[in-house]
Design a protein around this ligand. Structure first.
Ligand code: ADP
Ligand code: ZN
Ligand code: ZN
Length: 731
């Protein structure tokens, strides 16, 4: 029977689909339709077709337009998206809208519009350029086109304009033609760069992975500079040779021209890069190129995982431990986990690479779910960095720096090297205090102190973003003696120029790298040794190599050792290993120093003495004893409202719903409701509830039973709340 009813997933925050009558055109499952919704029209995805509806037929409205004649996604990807919507408890319509290019969301056609091209006419070909000395732009048009037709936009990029092109056209020298479909890249595939001979471990890794083109997950644990990227390049060879595509995920900050160029240089195949700066048309074209297998290599951050590659051969997740793979709001998916899922559905290998794999992946490698491959030798025989712990108990600190550290800095700087300092605290100081009475400038809307930002002359709340001028007087006693407490990157920068006036200092954090291209420019300046002292938050630790940095100091590690986030020590260890790996070179070994009040801390000791692997093994043991991930699976219910008791009450009711599950499983637990670590933010009281399950299946099962009834609670409409499955950030 021909279907008469379409179930449509619309981009609305409701966990259901909507039924519409099929009109003249037959929609397809996974394709877009435009439908009336309330007083407007919305673009949605057909999630199913049938002949029945729970509503009377006469209440259903017809579909307004069928926008696609084929599904937008390949079957394996569509399956992953459906799974992700269920697992991360995010409405399907919203999830699908999130992962499609904006142009498609608006209903634009899902095919590439061929561009207008220009070519020389017979008369244009014979036109002597010398006769055009007084019209240099026209001459340039002719000379460029003598090499063959060019697209309109490519000509505009040569600093020509539409008026010139029109003039030349009117003279009868050029004519517009349709863009020719490019020759399939598969026909010209070749390795076009001299490549290094792989060392034994690299060759082993490549051989292991390439031996089987079917699904398996590989964890490549390779110290920084051990040639992981070189391994990736070798993995791509057989894939591309078969005419298949490769999808490479990199962390947000890792999408640098250097990385991209390595892939572009090696093969003569089209590479598309998906990054946040693309405009709507560019994004759509990249998406279409992936879908139609016109792009052979797709590189991008987190959301590139949803590129609808027609013929995918491998997925690589570089720096797999990076926190940016987890989306922190709305559709809270984890791109690494979904990459494994997608690889499974596509039946292709998935490669996770890192110098500091996350504990979850190491656990999977240990239990045999992933194949564990190691690269232990640094290419080019670079020597290992040395480490030291600086016990700062009782020492006087100048801008957070102890005298031994300052002396060490002086030593390295005087030898013409660079020094890098890490401090994960932006601003001048984390608080402003009255010296007379101890009053602290506190955000009116949050349970937090204002951060002092001297450069912009204001107090800023890092939690709600509110700001105000720096007060001149204490609000409690009226004293004018206001002092800053604690050290942020801004203060460190100011103090260092006093301590080391003969050296230039640069600070790199989110405050001064917002502008596009500014980070690149700073990094180049650092490479050119325009600066000797580099200060940064962990942003500086990712993806960049600093051969002239011989001393790295982590100014304050204590906050990570005693954080209420159980992942803080893991992140500290990763930061430590990452920076150690990026400093120095063979002829200039690096030295990494940590300042701490707790030099005897067990995790710190295992990290410093025995390295990341031992640290990770110890940390995993601790997690196991405490029933923490990866030994259990968390779902975090966050809720907030202006009335604290309403939030608490809502989460109590949610708890009851979670515990009302018919099959009582011993291994599940509910913790809370408890006030969130930051109890009040932007005037709202925040509470949280943690649900803990022994595995993903039970987690999903319980939530999919409990959440529908939680959504029905009257308070669910009064408080703002969300579910975060396997949260990365518990604050
Ligand atoms: P990673 O990705 O692990 O940091 P890379 O692949 O970037 O390491 O390699 C680090 C450096 O060593 C690069 O300059 C790379 O060209 C070089 N390299 C990698 N493998 C080899 C090899 N087998 N022989 C020589 N040089 C290599
Ligand atoms: Zn605030
Ligand atoms: Zn005071």
């Amino acid at each position: 029977m021909t279907p008469t009813i379409a179930h449509v997933a619309l981009p609305v925050p409701l966990h259901k689909t909507f039924d519409y009558l099929v009109a003249h055109d037959m929609p397809v499952v996974g394709g877009r339709v435009r439908v009336p919704f309330g007083k407007q029209y919305k673009v949605g995805i057909v999630s199913g077709l049938g002949n029945t509806s729970e509503f009377p037929l006469e209440q259903l409205k017809p579909i307004n337009a069928v926008l696609d004649t084929a599904p937008l996604w390949t079957p394996p990807l569509y399956k992953v998206l459906n799974w992700a919507s269920r697992y991360y408890q995010y409405p399907l319509g919203d999830a699908l809208a999130t992962v499609m290019p904006g142009a498609l969301r608006k209903g634009k056609p899902a095919h590439r519009e061929r561009e207008k091209c220009w070519q020389l006419t017979e008369s244009g070909k014979t036109q002597p350029l010398a006769a055009l000395t007084r019209a240099p732009k026209q001459a340039r048009v002719l000379s460029l086109l003598r090499h063959g037709a060019m697209s309109h936009s490519a000509l505009l990029e040569e600093e020509l304009n539409s008026t010139v092109l029109k003039t030349v056209e009117e003279k009868g020298w050029i004519e517009a033609v349709e863009e020719k479909a490019a020759k399939p890249w598969q026909q010209g595939y070749a390795v076009v760069e001299e490549k290094p001979k792989l060392n034994h471990e690299q060759a082993m890794s490549v051989a292991t992975i390439n031996a089987n083109p079917e699904f398996a997950c590989y964890l490549i644990e390779g110290v920084t500079g051990s040639g992981k990227t070189e391994v990736y390049l070798n993995l791509l060879e057989p894939v591309l040779k078969r005419g298949q595509q490769a999808l490479i995920l990199v962390p947000e900050i890792g999408l640098t021209p250097q990385t991209i160029n390595r892939f572009k240089r090696r093969f003569n195949v089209p590479v598309v890069v998906l990054h946040s700066a693309l405009n709507e048309t560019e994004r759509l074209n990249a998406w279409l190129a992936a879908r139609d297998n016109e792009a052979a290599i797709i590189i991008g951050t987190r959301s590139a995982l949803f590129s609808p590659c027609k013929s995918l051969g491998i997925i690589i997740v570089d720096e797999e431990h990076d926190a940016s793979y987890k989306q922190q709001d709305s559709f809270r998916y984890h791109a690494r986990d979904l990459a494994v899922m997608r690889g499974h559905e596509e039946n292709i290998p998935v490669v996770l690479g890192s110098a500091t794999p996350c504990l979850e992946s190491l656990h999977n490698a240990k239990t045999g779910k992933y194949h564990h491959l190691t690269l232990s030798v640094r290419a080019g025989n670079a020597v290992k960095t040395q480490n030291g712990v600086l016990d700062i108990r009782g020492l006087y600190l100048e801008a957070g720096l102890s005298a031994p550290l300052i002396a060490e800095m002086r030593k390295h700087l005087s030898q013409g090297n660079q020094v890098m300092l890490f401090l994960n605290r932006r601003g001048y100081s984390p608080a402003l205090m009255c010296h007379e009475c101890g009053w602290l400038a506190e955000c009116k809307r949050c349970d937090a102190y204002y951060t002092l930002h001297q450069s912009s002359n204001e107090l800023r709340c890092h939690h709600c973003g509110s700001q105000r001028p720096i007060p001149h007087q204490c609000e409690s006693c009226g004293s004018t003696q206001l002092i800053s407490v604690g050290v942020g990157t801004e203060q460190l920068e100011a103090q260092l120029s006093t301590l080391f006036p003969e050296y230039k200092t640069i600070r790199i954090d989110r405050d001064n790298t917002r502008r596009k291209g500014s980070l690149e420019a700073y990094l180049n300046a650092i490479h050119n040794k325009e600066y000797q002292i580099l200060i940064g938050t962990q942003m500086l630790a990712k993806g960049h190599h600093f051969p002239d940095v011989t001393l790295v100091a982590l100014v304050d590690v204590d906050s990570a050792l005693f954080s209420n986030d159980f992942r803080a020590p893991e992140r500290l260890a990763q930061l430590f290993i990452q920076v150690a790996g990026r400093a120095g070179r063979a002829s200039k070994p690096g030295y990494v120093l940590l300042q701490t009040h707790h030099p005897e801390h067990a995790l710190l000791q295992s990290l410093i003495r025995k390295g990341y692997d031992t640290f990770a093994a110890d940390a995993l043991k601790e997690r196991q004893q405490a029933h923490l991930p990866p030994y259990s699976y968390f779902a975090l219910l966050r809720a907030e409202a202006h009335q604290s008791h309403e939030v608490e009450q809502f989460l109590h009711q949610a708890r009851t719903a979670l515990e009302a599950f018919p099959i009582h499983d011993e291994d599940c637990a509910v913790m809370g409701p408890a006030p969130a670590p930051l109890h009040r933010r932007a005037g709202r009281y925040r509470w949280q509830l943690i649900f803990q399950a022994p595995n993903r299946r039970i987690l999903q099962q319980r939530l999919s039973v409990a959440l529908p009834s939680i959504r029905q609670l009257p308070l669910a409409k009064k408080v703002r709340w969300s579910v975060d499955i396997e949260p990365q950030d518990m604050s």
